[in-house]
Design a protein around this ligand. Structure first.
Ligand code: HEM
Length: 677
């Protein structure tokens, strides 16, 4: 039986050849063409009758799993490839329950798991029994490199441990000035584009803008490296990612084929040439980053960016007398972060802007909240430089709700695929080794048994009043467990800051002359709108002069608005000071403990960052004006900022410190907080 269900064609081919040789000899027929013909007939019968019908129907160990009706020979490939990724499974789960079996052609069995217990088993309890299938890895490695995303087992655990400090709350706080600066630069450049048209509003394709913005952010925050694609959209690195996401029909077909037959990457097709070109460009950029920045990173004592962590790991190994990390390992890690760290967040923000553009009342409500907490963003004279510390975006409850809901409703990574290494049991069903299992965020995030009857509705307010069934594993956007997204908190803060800036600068409505992006969601690593998202953007503020982006922005010196001279203007500057490190707002709340594994449910035990801090939901913190104070941490940033103000002779208009949530209030919301996603 084991031989007959063998997955590799070699035993089948050997058996078929031996069989045909035997028949040829017995029947006294000439070897040619009898033997090859017979071999072919035996192989076809094996695949069509045994693998495509008898085995999955009557013999497979998975036959007891609720199965989607259909004939295994051709399986359910048509809905799977013709519909949006995850939609057919969403439907099948509704019909057949939380664990289902369906087929790819020739009786290839697939499982999809969509209940709390099953997901926890796959992602937390027995996560290392479910690595990514080799085929999927071979397909992704060309663009992502062999970094932490594709490493497995102890190698993965080790890499993750090395990289974890780069994604701690304090590290992310140190990156926020970069988020602000790049988001403000993007808005300023968009505004300049609008002003050049002389029209009162402009149609933007925002996915491309956001991709450039997030690419520049990961460049600086991850590697201390200015990519500056916001200023130059034609940079080869952006072209590389555009090539990867080419959605013409042949590319789509070939990408599909490659997921199963990696050797098809050698077919001389345009898509393969594009992928090779993209890979070359990305590798060249990653090589440039290492060459230019590694030495600097090695000497940056307290830096926590990805490159500094790689450099420190490298030095540690060398001090132990080991050869250190190979150049390829370091380069691949950079490739992983370049890809994983930019397209995902850009897609998430794009979908959020789209959803807000079709729900204007939510957009207005969110803008009002941003105005209330961050009035400086609406001040035409506001200027920014990296030494300023602005309001923590985690303090805006409705913003938090909108982001969570948008990421639930359209998860940028709609699915992940795994293959069991050893026999296992999920929810009482035996899962033999080499079974392909899917975790489909785009199905799970909308299951009624988690979210209630309105699971299919975009409703940010649900997060204020979640049903008890909405457990952490109901939200699979970032996955969970030791293979969950390492950059989750990074992405959440980045996303919020980009939204604050964009919504304070523009009012967005859908451009009705373009196709509905929700109807054309295409999946290639991320679930993106095929033609991007085009929105009509109308500016919120009209300063007396035209906005001006000073070249010093790209040199890391700051964002100067409305100031053609390029020198920081002598105008009021708001300094909105963040809460100190020890404030409950910045403390990651605990997750419920999984009694079996002893780890927080749905949270990788070694990663503090999968638990975003939550803002108080019921009581908005009061704000009052107070003079700048030195925090116990000796907030150098704040001191620099004060020096900056003195140097420029600027009048400090307001230094707003959001009222610290007092001890009791903090405890109250910690006790009554909502489940943590
Ligand atoms: C909204 C934005 C994002 C989403 C939805 C997202 C989602 C995910 C998901 C679903 C995975 C698991 C993939 C799999 O194993 O199949 C993942 C892994 C990962 N993500 Fe993210 N991600 C986002 C942003 C980021 C950012 C900004 C970074 C880095 C700065 C990042 C770094 C990573 C890394 C390194 C992994 C691999 C983790 C591991 O295998 O241990 N992600 N992400």
């Amino acid at each position: 039986m084991a031989l007959l269900k063998a997955y590799t064609p070699i035993p089948v081919l050997t058996l078929a050849s031996a069989g045909s040789l035997y028949i040829t000899r017995k029947s006294d027929q000439p070897a040619w063409p009898t033997m090859p013909t017979l071999t072919l007939i035996i192989i076809l019968s094996y695949w069509m009758i045994w693998r495509g019908w008898l085995y999955p129907t009557y013999f497979s160990e998975l036959r007891h799993v609720p199965t989607v009706p259909g004939f295994p020979l051709w399986g359910h490939i048509i809905p799977v490839i013709s519909e949006e990724c995850g939609i057919p499974q969403r439907r099948w789960h509704r019909q057949h329950g939380p664990i289902i079996r369906y087929f790819f052609p020739l009786g290839c069995e697939r499982l999809s798991v969509a209940d709390d217990k099953g997901i926890r088993h796959l992602t937390v309890k027995n996560a290392y029994n479910y690595p990514k299938p080799l085929r999927a890895k071979l397909w992704m490695v060309r663009i992502l490199g062999e970094g932490v995303l594709l490493a497995e087992g102890p190698e993965h655990a080790n890499q993750r441990k090395t990289l974890n400090p780069g994604f701690s709350i304090s590290a992310i706080r140190s990156f926020t000035p970069v988020f602000w600066e790049k988001a403000l630069l993007m808005a300023d450049l968009q505004r300049r584009e609008l002003d050049m048209t002389g029209e009162p509003s402009i149609s933007f394709e925002i996915l491309e803008w956001l991709n450039r913005c997030t690419l520049d952010i990961i460049g600086v925050a991850g590697f201390g490296y200015e990519i500056d694609s916001l200023r130059d959209a034609t940079l080869p690195i952006r072209r590389a990612y555009r090539l990867v996401f080419n959605f013409d029909l042949t590319s789509r077909i070939l990408h599909g084929v490659q997921a199963f037959f990696p050797a098809s990457k050698h077919i001389p097709a345009q898509m393969n040439r594009d992928m090779e070109e993209a890979r070359d460009i990305i590798m060249t950029e990653a090589t440039k980053i290492i060459t230019e920045k590694l030495e600097e990173a090695e000497n940056a004592a307290n830096a926590k960016d990805v490159l500094a962590l790689i450099a420190q790991e490298n030095m540690k190994l060398k001090q132990k007398g080991e050869p250190g990390l190979s150049f390829e390992t370091m380069r691949d890690q950079i490739m992983t972060f370049l890809a994983a760290g930019h397209d995902t967040t850009a897609t998430g923000v794009t979908w959020t802007i789209h959803l807000l553009s079709i729900h204007p009342e939510m957009q207005t409500r969110l803008r009002n909240e941003i105005r209330e907490h961050m009035p400086f963003l609406f001040d035409p004279d506001f200027t920014y430089d990296r030494s300023m510390t602005l309001t923590d975006p985690d303090r805006l409850p409705y913003l938090d709700n909108v982001c969570r809901e948008s990421l639930r409703y359209i998860p940028p990574i709609p699915m992940t695929v795994r293959e069991s290494v050893a026999d296992d049991v999920i929810n009482g069903y035996k899962v033999p080794a080499r079974t392909i299992v899917y975790i489909l965020a785009n199905a799970i995030n909308r299951m009624e048994w988690f979210w209630g009857n309105d699971a299919n509705t975009f409703n940010p307010d649900r997060w204020d009043n979640l049903p008890e069934t909405a457990v952490p594993n109901a939200f699979m956007t970032f996955l969970q467990g030791p293979r969950g997204c390492l950059g989750r908190k990074f992405a959440e803060v980045e996303m919020k800051i980009m939204l604050c800036v964009m919504l304070s600068r523009f009012e967005f409505r859908r451009d009705e002359s373009t196709p509905d992006p929700e109807e054309w969601k295409m999946w290639r690593l991320v679930l993106r709108p095929r033609d991007g998202v085009t929105v009509v953007a109308k500016p919120i503020i009209y300063p007396s002069n035209k906005p001006h982006v000073d070249k010093s922005v790209s040199e890391g010196k700051g964002f100067y608005y409305n100031n053609p001279s390029g020198t920081p203007p002598n105008t009021p500057v708001y300094s909105v000071v963040d809460t100190p490190e020890d404030s409950p707002v910045n403390t990651p709340p605990e997750s419920p403990i999984d009694t079996t594994s002893g780890t927080p449910v749905g949270t990788p035990s070694e990663s503090p960052v999968n638990s975003p801090p939550e803002a108080p939901v019921s009581v908005l913190p009061e704000r009052h004006v107070e003079p700048p104070v030195d925090t116990p941490q000796g907030d150098a940033q704040e001191r620099n900022h004060r020096d900056f103000l003195v140097r420029r002779g600027s009048r400090l208009l307001a230094n707003i410190r959001p009222a610290m949530v007092d001890q009791n209030e903090g405890l109250a919301w910690l006790a009554g907080r909502r489940p943590h996603y």
